[in-house]
Write a protein that binds this ligand. Structure first.
Ligand code: HSE
Length: 291
């Protein structure tokens, strides 16, 4: 038996739609694998009742097939499904690293990214690497059709997850199909600022670079209380706030020592909007780790 810890992730970071992602130091899934004649899956933990155990309908089944690595795979969910925190990507990333190790397949972590992304695609229909890349590699990642680059970063974050379900399908449907050249210039500027901020582990630059006037405002409308929560986090000294992935989690960047105040302010603001929520005081963290 081999066990790995696979971190939650936050994709987009406002200005980097379908490109940027970060690994979060918490929450995480735990994936345990042992060799078997054919693949079987068991799921426990947060939201496990919504996750199919049929290998043809679960991301990790597709990963086992791609690696020709049949196994019994136990997934202990710490990352709630449909949270905007890369739940299915964490399981796919964990399974890819664990099965590669168990069967000594010899793939590098970078080579495992498209394998885990394809696993996600078979089940969810979309093969974005912006969640699996940071879950496998850790740090801040830039995923494009040419490949993935990553950098280690030390930036404190707060992720607040409301008890709302937003389907990725709906969240993608509201994204505008076009943007003006002015919006493009503004978005490139912000994305570049964010990337420099990650390279320098500078929360001020990261927060400034999270601003986005194209995708985020459209998605915020699907999250009850979003504007209130954003304002509360900024008033509590967050350096930037955005929708995490496709939502509904809301992500704030901040300086060291500010996380607790921001976490409480976000919870209170969701509460004022009549929405239950839980909060993670987290940071940009490492990728899948083998126990
Ligand atoms: N970049 C993706 C999105 C992440 O925002 O829709 C979820 O798969």
């Amino acid at each position: 038996m081999l066990s790995v810890r696979a971190p939650a992730t936050s994709a987009n970071l406002g200005s980097g739609y379908d490109v940027f992602g970060v690994a979060l130091s918490r929450p995480a899934d735990v994936v345990r694998v042992s060799r078997a004649e054919r693949t079987t899956i068991s799921v426990s933990g947060v939201g496990s009742q919504y996750i199919p155990e049929d290998p043809d309908r679960n991301t990790v089944g597709a990963v086992a097939e791609a690696l020709e690595a049949p196994a019994h795979i136990e997934i202990d969910k710490g990352v709630r499904p449909a949270s905007g925190l890369g739940s299915s990507a964490a399981s796919a990333a964990g399974a890819a690293v664990a099965l590669n190790e168990l069967y000594d397949r010899g793939y590098s972590k970078t080579e495992l990214v498209p394998i885990a992304a394809e696993g996600e695609a078979i089940v969810s229909g979309v093969a974005h690497a912006d969640n699996v890349a940071p879950s496998i590699l850790g740090g801040f990642t830039v995923a494009t059709s040419e490949g993935v680059t990553c950098v280690d970063a030390r930036v404190p974050l707060v992720a607040c997850l409301p008890e709302i379900v937003v389907s990725t399908r709906d969240a993608r449907r509201v994204v505008p199909e076009e943007m003006s050249i002015e919006q493009s210039v503004e978005t490139v500027g912000r994305a570049a600022t964010l990337a420099v901020g990650m390279c320098r582990s500078d929360p001020g630059l990261v927060g400034r670079g999270m601003d986005d006037s194209v995708v985020t405002p459209a998605r915020a409308s699907l999250i009850e209380g979003y504007d209130r929560v954003r304002e509360a986090a900024l008033a509590a000294s967050a350096t930037g706030v955005t929708v995490s992935g496709a939502g509904p989690a809301v992500l704030a960047a901040c300086g060291e020592g500010d996380r607790q105040r921001i976490a409480l302010s976000m919870l209170e603001a969701f509460d004022d909007a009549g929405v239950d929520a839980r909060v993670y005081q987290t940071r940009v963290g490492e990728g899948v780790t083998v126990y």
